[in-house]
Write a protein that binds this ligand. Sequence first.
Ligand code: 1HE
Length: 260
Amino acid sequence: MTYLATETRGDIALIGLNRPEKRNAISDAFVEELEAAVAEAETHAKAGVIHGIGPHFCAGLDLAEHVKKTPFEGVHGSRQWHRVFDRIQRGRLPWFSALHGAVVGGGLELAASTHVRVADSTAFFALPEGQRGIFVGGGGSVRAARLMGVARMTDLMLTGRSVDAATAEAWNLVQYVVPEGTALERAVALAEKAATNAEISNYAVINALPRIQDMSSDDGLFVESFIASFTATSPEAEARLNAFLAKKAAKVSKPGDDGA
Ligand code: 1HE
């Protein structure tokens, strides 16, 4: 692999963005490689972690490549990012991202396609597209806007300012903030938790929840009933429910007891 360093730790697939000399800037070939790595992870892992190698998570779009494109090539490029990030968001696996340093532009869009974001205290977040004369093209206007809200995203894009990890947590951009240098370790620990869930439950969480948010309340509740029934009547659910009733399954832990 040219742009990625992949690794398997038990049930967890790790994808390291590995172009540190260019701050993990994402070119067309890079995003294609990411798609292949996600597809490969789906063949064997139960959860995945995406992280950045070097001083930053990701500096976003490879600006050197972007200047050479025609308008129509730009559309295809953006649609390619959409396809790859959609495979992360609505694929087979729950994905966790471990964030440090710059999480900017397309890097923030990539992080927004993962399901749980863990930032260390060095992480900073920005959408400098306006400064570059461009617009988000990796799904940011949908995913990032829904996470932080349109008003905050508008502010980030108009001012080009950065926000720190604590602000990103307050803005719902990340779910965890951890000490410097520990985001990867925490993201792997969280992914290991998710890997112990029933696969069908994880699939429902990552595929049904975002779709239900796009529905009316009435439609969402209707769809929820079918998913609830479909999962609850699976053989795995029966085995897990019986294990709990036979006192052979772990109880729900108190906050902090499980390391999360
Ligand atoms: C790059 C890129 C890049 C760095 N494309 N080459 N993204 C941005 O506007 C962010 C632009 N980058 C930065 O603001 C800074 O590089 C960072 C704050 C991320 C990191 O700073 P630093 O001091 O650690 O690194 P550096 O010295 O700025 O960069 C090291 C090298 O990486 C340097 O190349 P070199 O050949 O001179 O060594 C930089 O040119 C190169 N580099 N970032 C190409 N992004 C699907 S639409 C998404 C739209 C967007 O993502 S817009 C946001 C683009």
